[in-house]
Design a binder for this molecule. Structure first.
Ligand SMILES: [Zn+2]
Length: 97
């Protein structure tokens, strides 16, 4: 029970400090000391180690691939629909003329 309360408190603390995100690792939230190395990614995302940064890069790449697949599927679908509609209208016009 006490550990749950501590977790809640830690969550509040985390939110409070989020604007100063350079103070902690983006992945594992480990505080980044002034003397420790900071591994930057995409310009403004700090990590405590190469391992953490690599994990985030891989997560991002996986997300991008998934996003690309779903978005291309969606656009293909709507393009097909549009073409079908145009074809129907054109055919109808030709039949009338
Ligand atoms: Zn880390």
């Amino acid at each position: 029970m006490s550990s749950a309360a501590a977790l809640n408190y830690a969550g509040c603390e985390d939110n409070h400090y989020q604007p100063h995100f350079l103070d902690s690792c983006f992945l594992c939230r480990r505080p980044l000391g002034h003397n420790s190395d900071i591994f930057m990614y995409r310009g403004n995302t700090p990590f405590c180690s190469q391992e953490c940064r690599q994990e985030q890069i891989e997560t991002d790449e996986a997300n991008e691939k998934r996003w690309k697949i779903s978005s291309s599927k969606r656009s293909n679908h709507s393009t097909t629909k549009e073409n079908n509609t145009k074809k129907v209208v054109r055919t109808g016009t030709v039949a009338v003329a």
